[in-house]
Every structure is written in structure tokens, then in C-alpha cells.
Design a protein around this ligand. Structure first.
Ligand SMILES: Nc1ncnc2c1ncn2[C@@H]1O[C@H](COP(=O)(O)OP(=O)(O)OP(=O)(O)O)[C@@H](O)[C@H]1O
Ligand SMILES: [Mg+2]
Length: 240
């Protein structure tokens, strides 16, 4: 469903992604771990074409993201076409990114039909908060609205960038419950998180990134309990 092939990305002289390749099957849940600055957010942002890659390519369900191949060359898509592609790619940010002047329902209805907006608010357990404004919601509730919005375009994949790291500890659980439910129902997901317990329970595969490369990947038990690489071990010894 997601194919990332040999992606390189630099900001000025700093090469943040140094040849990343990652395939995610339909219905698979991949958790990305790695230290701060290793390129996790940048990887998610390139999948969504919020960042252009310098080399390599990304496809979602076979569609080249951000470009069209014509006469052996790649041409960047127009903004309108990119926006259309993004409907296939749900994105949930650390800081929710809700519109403060819109209600929960209106935030979701920004991207979808009203009936769908209601349906997905209900899906995240917030049917009763439809007319509340973000400031009237807890952080966990705001993030669930953001998840409903990410789902409302019926994307093929959903990307989560540290969806619980801005939350008070007691609110983390309700958001992870929603993610767990999505995973169980076959949603194709890539989740950047530091919630190791969640990763162990829900991930089909964990990918460990460091310094712009995927150092190691494998099923949770293998990667968390029997990491092969020294860098993976060093990271896990700090977070476990
Ligand atoms: N728009 C940008 N311009 C310049 N440098 C950037 C930009 N975005 C990211 N970087 C740099 O790229 C590197 C990787 O950043 P990225 O946000 O992908 O890391 P991360 O693994 O998500 O880290 P964290 O765990 O702290 O969120 C960092 O050194 C960061 O400062
Ligand atoms: Mg990040």
C-alpha cells in the first residue's frame, strides 16, 4: 500500500533522510521509533508530499506521490492534484491542528460530507461533543477530533506523528484506544510514537530509525527484546 524507495531529503547541507526504503502492506501497522532528529517526522511528511524528496520516490496504492511520469521524466503535480492525492493519506499531528473557531463537527466537515463527519466523530466516541469548540475539549478529545478528521476522507493510509506526546499522561490512553481500534479494523497505519507498550501490542512491525536511515526493523518481540544493532540497543536501553 505504501512504497518508499531510496528516499533522500536534505535541508540545506543537512541530509535528514539518507536512503530510506519502506514497504507497508494493506492493513499493516508499522511503528517508527528513533531518537529526536533521526528523521521520523520528515519521513512521514515526504509520504504526504509536505516535503519534496531530493531522490527516490513514494507510491500509495501504486500512485506516484507528487509527480507524474511522462516521457521517462518526472513532472511535479499541480497543487490541486497534490491536494487530491492527500485525500488518500490521513495525517494526524502531535498538536492536533484543529481550527479554534470551528466546532468539532465543523472541523471534521471541513474535509468531508456532514454525514461522514458525524459518522467519524461517533467512531472516535465524540458524538456528544459535536458542537463543542476545541477550547472546550480536553487534549485527548481534541486529538480524537483530529483523528476523525483524518479518517473522514476515507484515506488509504493514515500517518500519525507522535499523536499522544502533547497529552497529559492520563489522556494518552483514550487516544491509544482509538488507534488500537483502527489497527484492529484493518487500517493501514504508520505511527511515530514513543509509547513502547503500545508498539509492542499493536504493531505488526517496528522500524528503528537513526540519523536518517532505517537501522533495523522487525516484529515487536524481535526488535524490542532481541535487537541486533548496537544503536537500537542503546536507544531501547534509554526508553524501556
Ligand atoms: N523544515 C526544516 N528545515 C530545516 N531543517 C529541518 C526542517 N525539518 C526538519 N529539519 C531537521 O531535520 C532533522 C530531522 O528532523 P525530524 O523532525 O524529521 O526528526 P524527528 O525524528 O521527527 O525528531 P523528533 O523526535 O524530535 O520529532 C533535524 O535535525 C531537524 O532539525
Ligand atoms: Mg518528529
Amino acid at each position: 500500500m505504501i512504497e518508499v524507495l531510496n528516499v533522500h531529503k536534505s535541508f540545506g547541507a543537512l541530509e535528514v533522510l539518507r536512503g530510506v526504503s519502506l514497504n507497508v502492506a494493506a492493513g499493516e501497522v508499522v511503528v517508527v521509533l528513533g531518537p529526536s532528529g533521526s528523521g521520523k517526522s520528515t519521513l512521514l511528511r515526504t509520504i504526504n508530499h509536505l516535503e519534496k524528496v531530493n531522490r527516490g520516490y513514494i507510491t500509495i496504492d501504486g500512485d506516484l506521490i507528487g509527480y507524474r511520469r511522462r516521457g521517462g521524466k518526472l513532472h511535479e503535480l499541480k497543487e490541486r492534484e497534490i491536494l487530491k492525492q492527500r485525500k488518500d493519506i490521513g495525517f494526524v499531528f502531535q498538536n492536533f491542528n484543529l481550527f479554534p473557531h470551528l466546532t468539532a463537527l465543523e472541523n471534521v466537515a471541513e474535509v468531508a460530507e456532514l454525514a461522514d463527519a458525524r459518522h467519524f466523530l461517533e467512531r472516535v466516541g465524540l458524538a456528544d461533543k459535536a458542537s463543542a469548540y476545541p477550547r472546550q475539549l480536553s487534549g485527548g478529545q481534541q486529538q480524537r477530533v483530529a483523528i476523525a478528521r483524518a479518517l473522514a476522507t476515507r484515506p488509504k493510509v493514515v500517518l500519525f506523528d507522535e499523536p499522544t506526546s502533547a497529552l497529559d499522561p492520563e489522556l494518552v490512553g483514550e487516544v491509544l484506544d482509538v488507534l488500537r481500534d483502527l489497527a484492529r479494523s484493518g487500517t493501514t497505519m504508520v505511527v511515530v510514537t514513543h509509547e513502547i507498550g503500545f508498539a509492542r501490542e499493536v504493531a505488526d512491525r517496528i522500524v528503528f530509525m537513526d540519523e536518517g536511515v532505517i537501522v533495523e526493523e522487525g516484529p515487536p518481540d524481535q526488535l524490542l527484546d532481541h535487537p541486533v544493532h548496537e544503536r537500537t540497543r542503546a536507544f531501547l536501553s534509554k526508553v524501556l
